[in-house]
Design a protein around this ligand. Structure first.
Ligand code: 3HC
Length: 570
């Protein structure tokens, strides 16, 4: 049963149990719909606690239903029904109350949350707006400004902040169920507050709304949902509740069927599938300690991310790593370095050439404990080659971290033919610990990330040869939604065919619009993606999209080159 009703004296406890995240699929909506009737009819029930089993409160509508026609009971009707129940409902929140989950909680008369809980309306991240009164009830609960922030950014807030803004009534510690039952009992001693839909809302003036629009448009860079969400919030602040609800629902249904929403759903599921590929079945090795060798800012960022993940970490500066190239004056001795390296479960070479020469990698491999994992950036040394001389090649893995800082969301995992299954599984576990999306990439001719970058560069240089200025190409790609143009994004790691570039070119000589330029470059990326799949370097086309989105600033709401190319074929 997805909905179970138990009793604690005169308080009923409705427990939702719909793993993994209690998403509001049809069966759950129906179960809650029926629970309202059952409990309204139970004369000795004074209040109802709504709580969830498992790791989280209701995490939202069931995204897998989004491609299909809506089936009753519809979520907005369910939220109204809970709000209109004869007995007050109290939402007891742990984990995350997101999207439809928070909307259900706002239909309840009260909300209590564990300190560790988070609440939010992340719908814009899926290319939609909240579709069950999120844009209409939230401003009535927390005011318009806070509602605009919550809805248009999609960022969740932690429980204490939610309490400060009025989104929850109490933050509790210890056993959530007993705390919520006690809260419900006390609440029944006082007059009930108004249901959220009946609360007043103060509408800001037109200038305020215009300022919001300008700021959000600048952030959205072509993404539709945040601006449509702002429209909904304005209607909610200025028009009666029922009218605003109808406007929100119409917007939600229109966006749900949009290309942007389909693209964002594709990335949502690709990100969730990425950490658990079917072929990675071995248990990961335990990781308690790590040595990060060199890498400047990138190495330091990585070391701090590993520390946050709970590992004890030693960072060897590039200068000190020089001892690996041979005897040095100053810095640690080779013996001290060997001892340090020999202690670690994981040795990550973050240094690039000239520190990470093949000879250095060989020496490092010799210093690693027999059961340690040696991770090498495939951009620096070939993990293939590194695997040869080390005592246990099965423990060598290529890892590519994109970008210079820890803020980048991608980790490319590059097994060599000798990499053991547990080493590979550890690479995926490491990505989880670092909070990065892992993508496995094969060897031979460069990783997915490097190949996509090189191909985009080559296609961009072609355009320069046809007379376009680099700045024109960059601007066209930014207009398409890329974070940076190909010439701005170039970090010096790939060779540029300088001889082939005529320098500044003559703007406009090749008669190409911004859209033509973007079409050329994204088509080149898709073509390279098809080659990567054919060569077995990429295992799934969605992995290529993830690398493009997280590694190369491809607009998330376009879904990546493979997704876009696939749609053109359909
Ligand atoms: N619908 C369907 N499946 C979902 C889902 C959802 N809303 N949210 C998560 N899942 C699935 C994932 O696909 C994954 O499935 P798998 O195990 O088969 O791969 C599983 O649940 C676990 O997900 P995570 O790996 O992400 O689990 P975490 O514990 O790391 O994170 C979470 C949990 C924070 C709840 C995270 O899953 C999340 O952020 N989910 C999305 C929440 C969301 O966007 N909600 C809004 C939906 S839109 C909406 O509600 C519209 C409404 O306004 C009408």
């Amino acid at each position: 049963m997805v909905v179970n009703i138990t009793r604690d004296g005169d308080i009923a406890v409705v427990t939702v149990d719909n793993p993994p995240v209690n998403a509001l699929g049809q069966a759950l909506r129906q179960g809650l719909w029926d629970a309202v009737a059952t409990l309204d009819a139970a004369a000795d029930v004074r209040a109802v606690v709504l709580i969830c089993a498992g790791r989280t409160f209701i995490a939202g509508a069931d995204v897998t239903e989004f491609g299909k026609p809506p089936v009753p009971p519809h979520l907005p009707d369910l939220v109204d029904r809970i709000e209109g129940a004869a007995k007050p409902w109290v939402a007891a929140i742990h984990g995350s109350a997101l999207g439809g989950g928070l909307e259900v909680a706002m239909g309840c008369r009260f909300r209590v949350a564990l300190e560790s809980a988070a609440l939010g309306l992340p719908e814009v991240g899926l290319g939609i707006v909240p579709g069950a009164s999120g844009t209409v009830r939230t401003p009535r609960l927390v005011g318009v400004a806070a509602a605009v922030d919550l809805v248009t950014t999609g960022r969740p807030v932690k429980a204490e902040r939610a309490r400060a803004m009025g989104l929850v009534d109490a933050v509790v510690t210890g056993d959530l169920r007993s705390a919520a039952v006690a809260f419900a009992r006390t609440a029944r001693e006082a007059p009930l507050p108004l249901p959220v839909s009946a609360r007043p809302v103060t509408a800001p003036d037109a200038v305020w709304w215009e300022d919001q629009r300008v700021a959000i448009a600048a952030r959205a860079k072509g993404e539709l949902a945040p601006l449509r969400a702002l429209d909904c919030l304005r209607v909610a602040a200025e028009r009666p509740f029922a009218e605003a609800l109808a406007h929100e629902r119409a917007t939600f249904l229109a966006l749900r069927g949009s290309d942007q929403a389909a693209a964002l759903r594709h990335i949502f599921f690709a990100e969730r599938a990425a950490p658990r590929p079917a072929h990675v079945t071995a248990a990961p090795r335990p990781l308690r300690s790590a040595v990060v060798v060199g890498g400047g800012v990138r190495g330091a960022g990585l070391a701090s991310a590993l520390r946050s993940a709970g590992l004890s970490v030693v960072l060897v500066a590039d200068d000190d790593a020089a001892v690996l190239r041979g005897p040095q004056t100053g810095g640690p001795s080779a013996g001290a370095m060997a001892e340090l390296i020999g202690d670690a479960d994981l040795v990550i070479v973050a240094a690039e050439a000239p520190v990470a020469t093949p000879a250095v990698l060989d020496r490092l491999g010799g210093m690693c404990r027999a059961d340690a994992i040696l991770a090498v950036p495939s951009g620096a040394g070939d993990p293939h080659r590194t695997a040869e001389p080390v005592p246990i090649p099965a423990r060598v893995l290529g890892l590519n971290l994109f970008g210079p800082t820890a803020g980048v969301a991608l980790l490319e995992i590059v097994p060599t033919p000798a990499t053991g299954p547990d080493t590979l599984a550890t690479g995926f576990a490491l990505a989880r610990a670092l909070g990065r999306t892992p993508v496995q990439t094969g060897l031979g001719g460069g990783s997915i990330g490097h190949r996509l970058r090189r191909r985009t560069r080559a296609a961009a240089e072609d355009l320069i040869r046809q007379g376009l200025a680099p700045a024109t190409v960059d601007a066209a790609m930014r207009a398409y939604g890329f974070a940076l143009g190909p010439f701005e994004a170039w970090d010096g790691s790939d060779p540029v065919h300088v001889g082939a570039m005529p320098g500044q070119g003559t703007p406009g000589r090749a008669d190409l619009s911004d859209a033509d330029i973007a079409a050329r470059l994204t088509a080149a990326m898709a073509e390279e993606g098809r080659a990567l799949l054919a060569e077995g370097i990429a295992l799934r086309s969605s992995d290529i999209d993830l690398v493009a989105v997280h590694g190369h600033g491809y607009p998330r709401w376009r879904g990546g080159p493979m997704f876009e190319a696939g749609r053109q074929v359909l």
